[in-house]
Design a protein around this ligand. Structure first.
Ligand code: BMA
Length: 329
């Protein structure tokens, strides 16, 4: 039986704010922390999720292989920075269903709820939709019913239930590169049947906040602060050179996560470092996880669809920034 994973401040990955930095987030000087060829089969490793586990960390990593097939792999780390990633993808056993078909898996998120780690990912089943699985130990994995019909992406579970129901954010999509998309929330009594779908946040008008005017998607698992649920998300603008993915933050009501309290008008991080500007898909920062000890936050994000990177910030400074630069549509 596993118990709730605790993040001990002594092993929280962290680097102090560089002198002169006035932004709410700063990049890790050791970026990228995971290189594209980190395991023998990989073409690229990015958009990956980590959680406290066993006094250290575990993660689920998106590794595309050299045939550019997308799959998810387990990994382990003592410090959250140096990772051992399994060389074989996760093999799922039937969980609450025998129907565990999957043409591909990508962009995992990991959420501890009650007694286990739940994994959500973009699952290929007649097009992209949201796959759900769970594990107790990151050795044995179980797959459940897909949450939704195709097409959907960016499924992110809340770490607690609301009125006895699981809650998941997601982004209805298309079967291509989706030139639209808002964030919805859905509820489930059992992790099998999902309903009560509500729209949480929409793209912004171009003239208000252009970096998030084409599509948005939930990113890291939300965590509770004094002000409500803090979540990092991605926003996309279409430029004459293709899509550009940046990172924003939203604060959702503690008791009613359907309600946006504050949302960043300014991005918190946008592609600017060389490893975010150059790669298989240039100009992408794509958050999938955040660790916090209550005061500090360490964000894991995919850079240019090629590597895994980290950024750091103080929770109170991020909240102040979002409140001071808020867009409410
Ligand atoms: C999205 C997803 C992400 C990817 C992003 C940028 O549609 O495929 O996995 O990081 O595009 O290419």
């Amino acid at each position: 039986m596993t118990s709730e994973p605790k993040l001990s401040p002594e092993i929280m990955p962290w680097e102090e704010k560089p002198a002169g930095c006035t932004a709410p987030l700063w990049r890790f000087s050791q970026n990228p922390i995971i290189d594209r060829y980190h395991i023998p089969s990989s073409n690229s490793i990015f958009n990956s999720a980590v959680v406290p586990f066993n006094g250290g960390y575990a993660g689920v990593f998106r590794c595309d292989n050299k045939a550019v097939q997308m799959n998810i792999f387990a990994g382990f780390s003592k410090d959250g920075v140096h990772w051992d990633i399994e060389h074989e993808p996760i093999k799922f056993k039937p969980g609450n269903t025998d129907m565990i078909d999957s043409d591909y898996k990508y962009d995992p998120r990991v959420t501890w709820i009650d007694d286990r780690y739940w994994i959500t990912w973009c699952n290929g089943y007649n097009g992209p939709t949201i796959g759900i699985g769970y594990t107790f130990d990151f050795k044995e994995f179980f797959q459940c019913e897909n949450a939704f019909l195709p097409f959907n992406r960016n499924g992110v579970l809340f770490p607690q239930k609301f009125d006895g129901k699981y809650a998941m954010l997601s982004r209805p999509s298309d079967n291509g590169h989706t030139p639209f998309g808002d964030i919805f929330i859905s509820f489930s009594p059992d992790m099998k049947f999902w309903g009560e779908h509500r729209c949480v946040m929409k793209v912004t008008p171009f003239e208000e906040s252009a970096w998030q005017c084409l599509k948005i998607g939930a990113g890291s698992v939300p965590f509770l602060t004094d002000e409500g649920w803090l979540m990092f998300y991605h926003g996309v603008i279409r430029t004459c050179n293709g899509y550009r993915y940046s990172l924003g933050a939203v604060i959702l009501d503690k008791d009613n996560p359907t309600k946006v309290l504050y949302r960043s008008r300014d991005y918190l991080l946008a592609p600017a470092a060389p490893y975010e500007l150059v790669g298989d898909v240039p100009n992408v920062v794509f958050p999938c996880a955040a660790l916090t000890d209550g005061k500090r936050v360490a964000i894991y994000y995919g850079a240019a669809d090629t590597t895994v990177c980290m950024a750091f910030g103080y929770v109170n400074e991020i909240i102040d920034f979002v409140k001071a630069n808020s867009y409410i549509g």
